[in-house]
Design a protein around this ligand. Structure first.
Ligand code: CMC
Length: 401
């Protein structure tokens, strides 16, 4: 009663205060904890930026060493995980596997389960509870690459790789994906660097659909593994993390640059969507799209240029001067990074996984912020405006018309 405000799609609803990520969608600005994304992409690493996002400041050398060591040590999964992955059908979508794998992890760590441990698990200023929280964070980030590599290899019937020692986070991921038998294998450093930059720019983007899902799920005080699984499920969709996969499917369907004008007309008739364009917050080019372009140049020097690049450029140029897109302020978002993933040899349906793996960092940063906020956690329970039937009486099946 008395509820009138409806904000379909949460266009104008701010559900919390946050100190993590700042976006100015009109100016095309993105900052993690105040640091411009361009500076971080050039000077930092994914794991260092992860520390920044989660704890609020850039780490000292010893803080970073500890953080990295904890995360890398937690990369190994329980041996039961092997059986778990092998129970999927050979053609299972890797994002379904990753989502389920995070939920599975929740069953292993009773210390994170509030129904077993009592309601108030994490308290600001209580060192023991903060250490428990840190352990879940290390585990989730550490195991994200291992689970993703398992989801990749199981479909090829290849045995899983034990996380190596002495490699960086992103190099360890590529090692676990590609390592073959006894052979010494070192991932190409240019590709490692490129993927690390892509991980870094995907690490957080404030209250997008998946982060909101993590917080909504986490607001019931469920364990973070279950909340992260919920985030993965939300990210999977083609309007969100599935868009990088959709971009490539769209470019393949367009084929040659000559077919671009007809495709643009079909978009304007609303028969097609131009994936990789448009954003809820950015009303100008997504600042990450420039970093993607620069990174693509580096990667293509190693892999050769992707055949779809010319079509992508033609599409970009056509859309940027078309009145339909100009009027709606639609510009490229981050999802043309699919071209880089393709050039690096990742299968198409693995692209959303390459988004989810770094995004666990942002989800955890927001989850931690919420769990430690002043006044404790308030369960997220929005209201609706009911517009259905008034009271009616049950009709037996034989009397229904
Ligand atoms: N192609 C054609 N028309 C579009 C597009 C597009 N990609 N994006 C928005 N529009 C139109 C939309 O039809 C609407 O037109 P009208 O006002 O005449 O009805 C207008 O632009 C406003 O769009 P909206 O759907 O109200 O905007 P939204 O904020 O609800 O949706 C979006 C944002 C990202 C879901 C949408 O732009 C979209 O579907 N883009 C394509 C999918 C995509 O690339 N998603 C990845 C987003 S970035 C990474 C991430 O967050 O995962």
């Amino acid at each position: 009663k008395g509820l009138r405000v409806q904000d379909r799609g949460f266009l104008n609803t701010a559900v919390m205060q946050s100190t993590i990520t700042y976006i100015d969608g009109d100016a095309g600005v993105l900052r993690y904890r105040g640091y411009p994304i361009e500076q971080l992409a050039e000077k930092s690493s994914h794991l260092e930026s992860a520390y920044l996002l989660i704890y609020g400041s850039l780490p000292t050398a010893s803080q970073y060493a500890h953080f990295e060591q904890e995360i890398m040590n937690h990369g190994v999964t329980h041996s039961d995980a092997t059986q778990f992955f092998q129970s999927f059908r050979y053609d299972a979508h890797p994002m379904s596997m990753l989502t389920s794998a995070f939920a599975m992890l929740g069953s292993y760590y009773s210390e994170a389960n509030p129904s077993l441990q009592g309601q108030r698990l994490y308290t600001k200023g209580d060192a023991a509870s903060l250490a428990t929280m840190d352990r879940q964070i290390y585990r989730i980030i550490g195991k994200a690459i291992t689970l993703a590599a398992m989801a990749y290899r199981v479909r090829q019937g290849r045995e899983f790789v034990t996380p190596p020692t002495g490699l960086s986070y992103t190099a360890s991921f590529l090692y676990q994906m590609d390592h073959i038998g006894e052979q010494d294998y070192v991932p190409n450093p240019i590709l490692v660097k490129a993927l690390d930059v892509l991980f870094l720019i995907h690490a957080d983007h404030e209250l997008n659909a998946s982060c909101t899902t993590v917080l909504q799920t986490g607001s019931s005080l469920v364990d973070p593994y279950s909340a992260i699984a919920a985030g993965c499920a939300s990210l999977y969709g083609p309007l969100h993390g599935g868009a990088n996969e959709a971009v490539i499917r769209m470019l393949i369907s367009i084929g040659k640059p000559e077919n671009v004008p007809a495709f643009i007309e079909a978009v304007k008739r609303r028969e097609k969507t131009l994936s990789g364009f448009g954003h809820r917050v950015y009303k100008t080019s997504d600042p990450r799209s420039f970093i993607v372009r620069k990174t693509a140049d580096e990667v293509f020097k190693v892999t050769g240029q992707d055949q779809l690049l010319e079509t992508a450029m033609a599409l970009h140029d056509a859309a940027m001067k078309d009145e339909y897109f100009i009027k709606r302020r639609l510009a490229p978002n981050v999802d043309f990074c699919g071209l880089i993933y393709r050039a690096m040899g990742f299968p198409l349906d693995f692209f959303p996984v390459l988004f989810a793996v770094p995004r666990v960092v942002g989800w955890l940063a927001h989850w931690r912020q919420m769990m430690l906020q002043e006044g404790g956690v308030k369960i997220w329970r929005p209201r609706q405006v009911y517009v259905g039937e008034t009271k009616r009486d049950y009709v037996p099946v034989d009397d229904r018309v």
